[in-house]
Design a binder for this molecule. Structure first.
Ligand code: FAD
Length: 357
């Protein structure tokens, strides 16, 4: 029975562990410094919105495309997962076409994106119905995830399938092979350490940097999820609104600050986030302006941005087989099942290889 240690209890580690635990024969231990319930700047997953707004292009969409069916199934059939469907409006301004944010969101704002036949109800908003801020817009049905419910849900599913979960702080990825609950050396270690992959011994991937996201969580409700191709407050600031399922509050975002490790919310940034959200969606406060926002908390999370994109690869490190699944940037939830499936395939390959040795 192959023994696997998954390092990391964010959305990447828990999803990978869950898929492994569903396969007959795997004995899975999850080891992590941070667990669902913790709020820490080194632990990105609780801070995410989180919704499904594709960022990949047609050439690299497979991780997101393969994730949608499972998120849609959970939203439809599994209310305790804390995921619901939301009508979604994506606004586009011509003046953002050449900016960094505009480029980043170019597939999302395209009238002909790869996901037009994947996400339900995709439509182009007629010019006559556009808000004054936008030059064009699309709409579709997507999902929004209440991370405070979903991360514990994933953990519970792993436990139900027999995974063991424990806390540990690793200095080197190969050390994880000695932490399997059986007491035996693990056959494979899966590395789902997010941004910490840049500092962890045996990995030290310096191409992983933070893309800092500051958010405001409010009690006010929005009629739909909303985002726009840019703001007038510089390339590091973005504007999006999403209402989490099951009382999780509405997330107002945000920022996308590459290379910025600051853990504390900046008050003037928070004010701009709230102002932009209410200007774009006055229904948030029933037309009563920014003062009528009821703030639950301010927050900061660091997206694990990797220039080349997510790393789903296997390699031998210090005599231990390691399968990597990190560097998801702003797409950890919306690419979670796709990348976890990719990681599981690599674990299968390693175990197959070992069996032949
Ligand atoms: P993490 O959640 O950071 O988990 C890493 C795990 O590894 C933790 O358990 C940690 O303790 C453990 N670990 C690390 N180092 C060690 C060590 N040395 N020893 C032991 N354990 C270790 N994504 C979307 O798909 N949709 C969205 O709408 C969205 N919105 C976002 C909004 C904001 C403001 C932010 C900040 C992010 C958003 N994201 C979104 C991105 C998403 O949150 C991340 O891509 C995702 O959370 C990354 O998950 P992860 O499991 O890879 O890393």
């Amino acid at each position: 029975m192959p023994n696997v240690v998954v390092v990391g209890a964010g959305v990447s580690g828990l999803t990978t562990a869950l898929l492994l635990s569903k396969k007959p024969g795997y004995n899975v231990t999850i080891v992590a410094k941070h667990m669902p319930g913790d709020y820490d700047i080194e632990y990105t997953s609780p801070w995410a919105g989180a919704n499904f707004l594709p960022m990949s292009d047609k050439a690299s969409c497979k991780w997101e495309k393969n994730t949608w069916p499972e998120l849609a199934r959970l939203a439809k059939d599994v209310p305790e997962a804390g995921i619901h469907f939301q009508d979604t409006l994506v606004l586009n301004r011509l003046k953002d076409a050449t900016t960094a944010t505009g480029q980043w969101l170019s597939e999302l704002t395209s009238p002909d994106p790869w996901f037009k036949n994947t996400l339900p109800d995709f439509r182009i908003i007629p010019t006559s119905a556009l808000p004054p801020t936008a030059d064009s817009a699309t709409a579709f049905t997507s999902v929004c995830i209440n991370t405070a419910l979903y991360l514990p849900y994933l953990t519970s599913q792993c436990l139900r399938n027999g995974c063991t979960v424990s806390r540990s702080i690793l200095a080197h990825i190969a050390d994880a092979s000695l932490l399997h609950s059986s007491g035996k050396k693990a056959d494979v270690v899966v590395n789902c350490t997010g941004l910490s992959a840049s500092k962890l011994g045996g990995v030290m991937d310096k191409s992983v940097i933070p893309a800092r996201g500051q958010i405001v969580v409010v009690r006010n409700e929005a009629p739909h999820m909303l985002t726009i191709s840019g703001t007038d407050d510089g390339d590091e600031e973005v504007c999006y609104i999403m209402q989490r399922a099951a009382g999780g509050g509405t997330i107002l975002g945000g920022t996308y600050q590459k290379g910025n490790w600051e853990s504390q919310p900046d008050p003037s940034t928070a004010l701009r986030i709230m102002k932009r959200a209410v200007e774009l969606c006055p229904e948030l406060t029933g037309g009563k302006g920014v003062e009528a926002l009821s703030v639950v908390r301010h927050g900061v999370g660091l997206r694990p941005y990797r220039e080349e994109g997510v790393r789903v690869e296997k390699e031998m490190v210090g005599g231990v087989w390691v399968v990597h699944n990190y560097g998801h940037g702003g797409s950890g939830y919306q690419a979670s099942y796709g990348t976890a499936e990719g990681a599981v395939e690599l674990v299968d390959e390693v175990v197959g290889v070992k069996a032949k040795l």
